[in-house]
Write a protein that binds this ligand. Sequence first.
Ligand code: ARG
Length: 479
Amino acid sequence: MTKNSAPDLQDQFANKSQAWSARFSEPVSDLVKRYTASVHFDKRMAHFDIEGSLAHAEMLASIGIISEGDRISIERGMARIREEIDADTFMWSLDLEDVHLNIEKRLVELIGDAGKRLHTGRSRNDQVATDIRLWVRNEIDISVDLLRELRRKLAELALKHAATILPGFTHLQVAQPVTFGHHLLAYAEMFGRDAERLADCRKRVNRLPLGAAALAGTSYPIDRERVARTLGFDGVCRNSLDAVSDRDFAIEFCAAAALIMTHVSRLSEELVLWMSPRVGFIDLADRFCTGSSIMPQKKNPDVPELARGKTGRVNGHLIALLTLMKGQPLAYNKDNQEDKEGLFDSADTIRDTLTIFVDLVGGIRVKSEAMRAAALQGFATATDLADYLVKKGVPFRDAHETVAHAVRMCDERGCDLADLTLEELKGVNELVEDDVFEVLTLEGSVASRKHVGGTAPERVREEAQRVLDETEGSGPQGV
Ligand code: ARG
């Protein structure tokens, strides 16, 4: 290694206590080194770090701060580093704290002085902010795609079961009959909003912090718009202090992820319930279930249970990030290094969960007969009888009371409203005629709710088709 009069970067990098400058006179302990390092988790941003560096180098060359020769060397060096990372031969070092310093050191090893010039006009503060934004943007695009696929699966199943009837519940008590397709499309709505939320979050993620340097900007005549264009950002962050310290976009992503998991968790809760032999509305494919080591009869819905459980950690990451930010003065503080693990875990969890659920929903086996049998219990058409009387001129509150009496009568006899004879129903209210049986059937009940947002099979078919049309094709924008 050649010795220059100025401190050599290779030497500086060789010992972290010397990595910053000659100002430091003693090394950090191993524990402090581990405590302050982030390379073991931020190395997964390596490809985005390289992409950001290349865009920065291209801009520096375009305004003559580095030579074209240096830019070409940087590109060459970075191409090699990419290969090493992909081949898993890159030597990550804890001594070098994070992904940024690891890559920079390797670049200097590979190309010498040109590598040392790369960091001109930037800081790790704006560099890391840029990397995270690129990383989150990519995760958003993946998640939006997965949400679209999941909505398609829900809509396909809904179309198949547009006329399958099951009891709708409030307070987990039988309320009114609904169609299974309608029930499934409720989740398609939730996941549709989730995709909208991510698309909206993407707008604020997609602004370039680079150029803010450490906190105050830089005295070099940099062209930030150029870098933004190269990296596909919609624009640049307008305040250097905010640019390096803002993590709102990560919080927004974590909030969107928490809602996604919350929706998955609600669906999971229903799947678990529906699969319980006591309910028996569905069966999940074996590949999402496990048995018991002791009870031979068991088939447990592990995947939805675990998804419900994993919602806790994703919700937790949101709170952790909010708490991380709340006490920080401007501008960058080391606290911010704590933003990544939770963020990464939220993204990984929704990605895995959504991927599995696309397959899981596609494999749901519906037991229509059990659903129908359940809907026939619990006087699900009582409201329909009340509405029938209202249409004959009875005030709704009176109709409500009258039907309550009829329900009580059935309850005592152990029969359904539809089992009463016309004479018996006339005894409840003399306005009742023969046509009452149309509304007392499950089919009549659901068919009558055919307004927008209603559960009628014809409406469900239309809505399912709308979701299918909306989610057709590919690409991250197909929300
Ligand atoms: N590893 C750091 C992080 O994740 C990178 C930025 C460090 N900047 C600094 N001045 N220490 O935030």
